[in-house]
Ligand binder design. Structure first.
Ligand code: FAD
Length: 409
């Protein structure tokens, strides 16, 4: 029998694939088994609400592990397999079919699942949730036959779906319960600017709108009543009301879980043989345990978990970031948004290009950018190196951010 370390990874999103690739780089001899509940080569999710919906790309065109797939890295992919339980005492995972898969070390990368609204249950013909390739292709097919779409929730996914539908010529209305869009990542002025951009593309965003009842007519059209007494009808509804961490396996196995699998800065769970990474975790942030739901976090935390699963000693220290694409806007966030920044500064770069900085004293804490990729890269280095910054210089577009990196720390 081989004495190679046997690493089993559950979940083949960016965290699971990132873990597998990093484990392979750390230990060339390890047996690495990646368990996925989908049948296909692991693919990236971000295009699903963007180019896949508009028909410009197919999910398989963006394999997470690159053109050769995970197999090209001597990683065994066991697809179409759902893990049903972890036998911690026996060091094995048990699949839904009852197969026992032994591990020396296990990495949980089970991601997150959509938050389902009871009034709009998943699985109805005209009601869509978006997380997988199958769901994206089903939605795309139906969008092609629809004239009128209702999106519930003006978060990043809801707004990307709205932008894609508008591009396809589908009349789109977005119902959002909060008083402004993207309140978690944007200041009020930027929220208003993004909403105006949607309006200019014909997307009607209704704020402060809570739904109270849903009725499906025999022809499949859906009527949604709001608490304010209005009714909106559409051929199709997409629900984008956020996600919850998929910590079910961990919880059932008795691992420490608190709305996410609790991990330390080396990605270990409360069981030293089990690590976890990505959307499913709650990890140590600068202001206490925190969850993130974005691609880069999943990929980078996955890489740390994979390295450590294979005997490494890496700590996870993230500068959070996300991006979103809506129409001609490339929106990015970088850093930790503060509940009460000491100052907020805006830099207008062009008609559709700007930066908004949150300061913590004389340090940059968070920056939101629209069509400002190069500046966001410089801002990231200002944040990570804790370079002191001057608010007036940040506001002045003639002062390159890259030059501020030379300031003494
Ligand atoms: C439509 C869409 C667009 C997005 N766009 C962006 C974007 O533009 N920018 C950005 O930063 N982020 C974006 N994200 C978020 C980003 O894709 C996620 O944060 C990231 O995929 C999380 O990675 P993960 O590996 O932790 O989990 P996931 O990608 O969710 O992967 C987890 C996998 O594990 C599988 N799994 C779970 N339980 C089991 C089990 N018991 N057995 C076997 N398999 C299991 C799941 O089915 C899933 O395939 C988007 C997400 C979606 C859905």
């Amino acid at each position: 029998m081989s004495d190679a370390r046997r690493i089993v990874i559950v979940g083949a999103g960016p965290a699971g694939v990132g873990a597998a690739l990093a484990a392979r780089a750390q230990d060339l001899a390890a047996e690495i088994l990646l368990i996925a509940d989908e049948r296909c080569e692991p693919y990236e999710k971000p295009p699903l609400s963007k180019t896949v919906l508009t028909g410009k790309a197919m999910p398989h065109e963006a394999p997470i592990a690159g053109p050769g797939g995970v197999g090209g890295h001597k990683i065994t992919l066991k697809g179409d397999t759902r893990c049903a339980a972890i036998d911690r005492g026996g060091h094995a995972v048990v699949t839904e079919e009852g197969e026992r898969i032994p591990y020396d070390i296990l990495v949980l990368a089970s991601g997150s699942i959509n938050r389902v609204l009871p009034l709009l249950p998943a699985g109805q013909p005209s009601i869509h949730y978006l997380r997988t390739e199958r769901e994206a292709l089903g939605l795309r097919e139906q969008l092609g036959r629809s004239r009128c779409l209702l999106v519930i929730g003006a978060g990043l996914i809801g707004l990307e779906v709205a932008a894609s539908a508008a591009e396809l010529g589908v009349k789109t209305t977005v119902l959002e319960v909060a008083p402004r869009i993207l309140a978690r990542v944007c200041d009020p002025e930027t929220s208003a600017l993004l909403q105006a951009h949607h309006a200019a593309h014909g997307v009607d965003i209704r704020l402060g709108t809570a739904i109270s009842a849903v009725r499906t007519s025999p022809d499949g059209r859906i009527a949604i009543a709001t608490q304010a007494g209005q009714t909106f009808t559409a051929d199709l509804v997409v629900v984008g009301t956020g996600v919850v961490p998929d910590d079910r396996l961990a919880q059932a196995a008795g691992l420490d879980v608190q709305d996410g699998i609790l991990v330390d800065d080396h990605c270990f769970t409360s069981d030293r043989s089990i690590l976890a990474a990505g959307d499913c975790t709650r990890f140590v942030g600068p202001r206490g345990p925190v969850r993130l739901e974005n691609w880069r976090h999943a990929q980078e935390q996955g890489a740390v978990a994979g390295r450590n699963a294979a005997g490494g000693d890496a700590a996870y220290n993230v500068t959070p970031s996300f991006w979103s694409e809506q129409y001609d806007l490339y929106i990015q966030g970088m850093g930790w948004p503060l509940p009460q920044p000491s100052a907020q500064v805006r830099r207008q770069i062009g008609p559709n290009a700007m930066l908004r900085f949150d300061l913590d004293g004389d340090h940059l804490s968070y920056v939101l950018g629209i069509n400002a990729q190069r500046d966001i890269a410089a801002a990231r280095r200002l944040i990570e190196r804790r370079v002191p910054v001057d608010a007036a210089a940040l506001a002045d577009p003639s002062q390159p951010l890259a030059a501020m990196l030379k300031a003494k720390t």
